[in-house]
Design a protein around this ligand. Sequence first.
Ligand code: MOS
Length: 750
Amino acid sequence: MITVPDPLKPSGGPVGKPVSRVDGPLKVTGAAKYAAEFRAEGMLYGVVVSAAVARGAIETIDAAAALAVPGVVRVFTHENRPRTAWFDSKWRDEVAPPGSPFRPLYDEHVHYSGQPVALVVADTFEAARYAASLVTVACSAGAHETDLKAARAKAATPPKFRMSTDEPAPRGNADRALKAAAVRVDAEYTQPAEFHNPMEAHATTAVYESDGALTVYDKIQGAANSQTFVCNVFGLAKEKVRVVSPFVGGAFGSGLRPQYQLFLAVMGALELKRPVRVVLTRQQMFTFGHRPETLQSVSLGAGADGALQAIAHEAVAETSRYEDYTENLVNWSGMAYRCDHVKLGYKLAKLDVATPCDMRAPGATTGVFALECAMDELAHAAGVDPVELRLRNYAEKDQVNDRPYSSKELRACYREGAAKFGWAARNPVPRSTRRGTALVGWGMAGGMWDAFQQPASARAVLSADGTLTASSATADIGTGTYTVMTQIAAEALGLPVEAVAFKLGDSSLPAAPIEGGSWTVSSVGTAVKAACDGVREEALALARKLEDSPLAKAELEDVIFADGHIGLKTDASKRLALADVLKRSGVAAVEKTVEAVPNLVKQQPYSRAAHGAAFVEVEVDEDFGTVKVTRVVSAVAAGRIINPKTARSQILGAVVWGIGMALHEAAAVDHALGRVMNHNYGEYHVPVHADVPDIGVIFVDEPDDVVNPLGAKGVGEIGIVGVAAAVANAVFHATGKRVRDLPITLDKLL
Ligand code: MOS
């Protein structure tokens, strides 16, 4: 008989424990090196010159004054840039949307304001920066469009790209059901473009080696993506390009695709045969991908009891002229609740902007914001408590694919979140609660995100000194990958975490996908576990062969790996130290490299997703309209939590961002110039400490042996989904005023 271990059962090992970040000391002492901190002999510095028009053509670039600055080595423009392979051949990066990817310095055309049009390279950063200010770019400006509302009528259905963004066929007859509904909500929700703004600016240090090979230190969420990009674009063999990215100072999606500084630094290094570093300025961080502005109409129809009869959700989002960036925006509305009549629509409008890109829970963050605000409006209209309304419409299975979920403990999220928040004491009447001069409001919303798994590889090496090194070309964008993988490896071999090291962020390591989609634990973690399982088998095989081995007849299921030993389950005294097994066998190391792929037979009968519920209290000053979030409880169902400390940090960061989305963040575009005006931390508002209250995080129990062998769904993204809606719903409860246009700034409340 085969016994299946319960993936949630506490093992006594490090998995499930709040292990502190293993890379913490390196980070807080400054020993952790980021892309712009690697140095090489004879290094040059590149500074990017950005276009000042949103659409047009460069007529002349005058670099004479820049070239006259002492220390300036070269000014690259479209007129003198080297020919590279990409100008002749098709190339893509790992996550490029359909279209023609942006090529820096390709030709005279300007596609968006801020587009890089020249790279000034000098032997000091200061010389390059000063010289860049002297480059004169004369542009003929064409008529541009950056206003989504103005371009809305021209929006069109995008080509199919990612499976998940294909809109599902309509169910039933939503129009008819809406007409017949006793209670109805029709509302439009809008949210501006948001920019990622990680603390670490995008940077590349490209080191030209004497044999023509390149070592590239890049800020990227997957070293292999940059490696493939560089090889394709510059026509280089894989062996000639190594991409190293051990630490990433935040990315949130902005580092999924190689950004233009990578091309510019590598071009400079190859052409000048010297190391070149290019770091974008904070202003230039607003000149590529971003969360697209969206306009969403939602109609809900329900019976008098709030039971949903119809959902219609249509969205228009922006994209660039040259690529069709799509995200799974409206499909959640067909899955989230039990409803027979559903109609979804999704269109893109092309603007003269850089292509948007994934930003933390892309699509869900904005689509579920609209749905969950509309659900709050329905609760109010039907006179049903918002939690009760969601329970009445609870979807036991995935409505779109008509499949059960591998697990879905959203009810527990509602229940435990509401209990911790004290939701039962809520007076449903808006403007009913005051605290001094403030109106107090309580709001809630639910959220969901896919539980993905991608193929990934890992290596595990057990050394004769009893230590284990595991590795994979994955990334740690601040999420805790180093720590969690160390725990998984330590658990598998029964070693203390101190005896385990994990390496990542290097394209020469076993292949792994970009760190995105909340899939790193499920994908890379499964690979690490599989590689370690291989090491276990081989270590036992060696142990069995030793002279007078107490484990001579032991099978894998007869032994446990604990305290650095392999021992018999039935007799704890019969055990051998792993280090001794290797030494006595005359083996320096046991090594396994494994590719782990999703178990489709097991997974496909189920839909797989993480769920959550956020409860928010706000105080709104009645005189000034200022909103302060005073309390948040976020309850999350994401399968097994490998590390409750780093997982909690993921939820905290996501909730903070949800607050920012609701109250602060907005790219302010001057449509006359077609340019983001507030392209700096001073004017692009994000929450600061004073904006963030105590945040309670709950992980509900959710056993799941379908999603992957670890039972973990990933927590990188689920924490932000629904938070902005919960804040907006709390603001309505406080004030009786429904603000459907984010961010909810004080002018909209007065
Ligand atoms: Mo995330 S937007 O998949 O980095």
